[in-house]
Design a protein around this ligand. Structure first.
Ligand code: HPA
Ligand code: ZN
Length: 312
């Protein structure tokens, strides 16, 4: 890990980061003092992807008002600023807001206001839940389209790939694109390479995770030649059990195949990680050199959806 301390100082960008997934057990206690520390510990002790989704849902259910979302944003932005993250595209699970029957606009205004006060340049991605279906996703895309020009740059889908195949969302992605949104999609996290191909057919310009591309040589070439980056989160993949261990994470092989890579935290509160730590793990567990990681840091700005992301 020699020399890696430099990654603290380095200006960085985060492109795959869920606002609600930044809630730590300690912040959960502040948000919901009626819940015992023991219950929170238990909820955060998932070992599978299904367990992770349960925990995520449990957290989001406890964000009761715009002020709760604002507090989460404030803490996240403070942490990012402290790590010298200069630019962040932060995902809001707008689909879960709708599912809770909360109004989205006041929540968005609350977090947008927090971002305006931060030294971090923030753009927002609105995410629909795959397994809630296409109608639901269209409502999220409509909300996103309403905020184009007001901080929202993209639309994406997350949740369970197996229970919400990409084909359902063809019209939704067409609508989002026509509305001026950039396109991303979680794919190839729990499902195989075909799920990534399906996300690409939707028009996804970046792939969330996409680690199963490693099983498909033609797909690796396609991602490399078409310059489509994978938003990789090593700690996330280990914590949800979609890879066996840090050492066997396909990141090294994806990079060596020439696929553009961006490093991210995904849900730092749930995976007990930071962007600095993701860089440290790539160095210590996967043998990335400082030169390689410097290139990956650059990718965080290069593959940003906002022109104004800048490059330090
Ligand atoms: N994958 C799927 N659903 C999610 C994720 C993720 O990385 N983070 C929050 N919801
Ligand atoms: Zn994610």
């Amino acid at each position: 890990m020699a020399g890696m301390a430099g990654f603290h100082e380095r200006p960085k960008a985060e492109l795959h980061l869920h606002l609600e997934g930044s809630v730590t057990p300690e912040l959960m206690r502040e948000l919901a003092p009626e819940v015992s520390a023991e219950e929170i510990r238990g909820r955060f002790a998932f070992r599978t992807f299904a367990g992770f989704l349960e925990c995520y849902k449990w957290i989001v259910e406890r964000l009761r008002c715009p002020e709760d979302y604002a507090l989460v944003a404030r803490r996240l932005l403070d942490s990012l600023a402290q790590q010298n993250v200069r630019y962040a595209e932060i995902t809001i699970s707008a689909g879960v807001v709708l599912w809770k029957k909360q109004e989205f606009a006041p929540i968005y205004h609350a977090v947008h206001r927090e971002a305006a006060r931060s030294t971090v340049t923030v753009r927002w991605n609105l995410d629909a839940i795959r397994h809630f279906g296409a109608e639901h996703a269209m409502r999220v895309a409509e909300l996103a389209a309403e905020q184009v020009g007001n901080g929202v740059v993209s639309f994406g889908i997350g949740g369970d790939e197996e229970r919400g195949p990409a084909e359902w969302f063809t019209d939704v992605y067409k609508f989002a694109k026509a509305g001026g949104l950039r396109l991303t999609a979680h794919a190839g996290e729990t499902a195989g390479a075909e799920s990534i191909w399906a996300a690409l057919r939707l028009g996804a310009e970046r792939i969330g995770h996409g680690i199963r591309a490693i099983d498909d040589a033609a797909l690796l070439r396609h991602l490399r030649d078409q310059n489509i980056p994978l938003e990789i989160s090593v700690s996330s993949n280990v914590a949800t059990g979609v890879v066996d261990s840090l050492r066997t994470h396909p990141l090294r092989r994806l990079y060596d195949a020439g696929v553009p890579i961006v490093l991210n935290t995904d849900d730092p509160g749930l995976f007990n990680t930071t962007l600095e730590r993701e860089y440290d793990l790539a160095a210590s567990e996967l043998g990335f050199s400082e030169t390689e990681l410097t290139q990956i840091v650059g990718n965080g700005f290069r593959y940003a959806f906002a022109d104004s992301a800048g490059r330090p």
